[in-house]
Design a protein around this ligand. Sequence first.
Ligand code: AMP
Ligand code: MG
Length: 421
Amino acid sequence: MTKPDIAPPPLRNDCFALPAGVNWTPVEDALSLLRDRLTVVAGVETVPLAQATGRILAQEVIAQRSNPPQPNTAVDGYGFAGAAPDGPQVMPLHPGRAAAGIPFDGLVPAGHALRVLTGAALPAGVDTVILEEDVTVQDGHIAFHGPLKRGANTRKAGEDVAEGDAVLPAGRRLTPADLALLSATGLAEVPVRKVLRVAVLSTGDELVEPGESAGPGQIYDANRPMLLSLLERMGFEAVDMDRVPDDREALRTCLNQAAERTDVILTSGGASAGDEDHVSALLRQAGAMQEWRIALKPGRPLALGMWDGTPVFGLPGNPVAALVCTLIFARPALGLMAGEGWLEPQGFDLPAAFEKRKKPGRREYLRARMRDGRVEVFASEGSGRISGLSWAEGLVEIEDGARHIQPGDLVRFIPYGSFGL
Ligand code: AMP
Ligand code: MG
C-alpha cells in the first residue's frame, strides 16, 4: 500500500510562546477569585449539643455560665483562710467536709481547716488549700510546713471563661473539645449551618462501576468513590449522582437533577477543550463558564461554571489531578459556601529527602509523606498513578518559581489532615 502524501503540521504560531504555564492564571489568583466571588449559601438550624460535632457555628456563642461557676478546690486536701507563713503549722480540724456537688454550708472559723475534695466549692471562710499528701492528721488537727500562698490549690470563679464571654466564633467547625466547652458554659443547643450538599458525578464512556465486569478499554471509576468519601471526611453531605457517559444530553439531565438537589456540583473528567469534553462544552453553552487554565501541576483544566444557579467545579479526570484540585480549590471554596470561612491548609517546612529540579511558571504539588522528620515524595509524578495518592500522607507544595531542591533543603509539607481528611 502506498502511503498518502500528508504533510505534518507546520510550526505552530505559538512556537515561541513562553513555557507552558507562564501566562496562565497563578494558583494564588485563582484562589483569590474564588474567595472574592463566593458567599455562604448554607441555611441555619439549631441542633442539640450531642449532634453538633463537625457542624459549623452560624453565630458567635456566648457563655451562659462561668467556668468554673464558683471558686473551688483543685486538689483533695484541707482548706482554710489566708496564706500560711513559713515553718510548721498546726490547725484544728473543723467537723464536716466539702465534696464536688455536695457543698459545706457552714462557716469555717478563722484558723481552722476543713476537709475538702477536688472540685468542691470553697466554703465560706476558705480561700486556700493544702494538698492532702503534705499533711499529717492527728488528734483532730492537721499539721504541715508553710509557707503557702493565699489561694494555693484553688480555682477562681470564671478563671477559665466568664459568663457573657464569647466562647466560640461564627464559622467554627465544632470539635469534640468544643462540645466540652459549650456544655461547661451552659449551652445545650447551638445554631449551626445546614450541611452543604455536594453532588459528585463522573464522566467518561470508559468508566465502569466497581464490581461490574470491565471490558477492554474500560476502567473502573476511581474518582467518584474518592470524591464522595473526601467530601464526607471534610464534613459535607456528599450526594452520589452516578456516572454519566460522554453524551451531552445525558450530562445535561444529570446536571439538572444535581442542581435541584444540591448546593454545589463536582464533576470529574471532560473538563478540557477536547471532542468529548462535554462538561466544559455544556457550561460554555449555558454562558456561565470560566475555563481556568491554572498554572498548576497536576491538574491544569479546572472548569468553573454555574448551572441553573448552582456552582459547578469541573475537575480534571486524572485521579491525581482531581484530588489535588479538590484539596487546593474546592475545599476552601466549599468551606466558604458552607459558612466555615476561607480555610488555609496548615503546612510545615521540613527537610526534603529527595532531589528535584523545577522550572518556573507553575506551582507543583507532589505526593509526599513524612518519615524520620524528612519529606519523601512518590517515585513517579504521573498524574494517573493512583497508587501514589494512596502511598502519600500529604502533599509537598513547591512555589511557582524555579527551584532546585536538594536533600536537606526545606520544603513545605501539607499533611492530608490539614485538608480536613
Ligand atoms: P478526561 O479529563 O475526561 O479527558 O480524563 C483524563 C484521564 O482521566 C483519562 O485517562 C480518563 O480515562 C481518566 N479518568 C477520567 N475519569 C476518571 C475516573 N472517574 N476514574 C478514573 N480515571 C478517570
Ligand atoms: Mg473523559
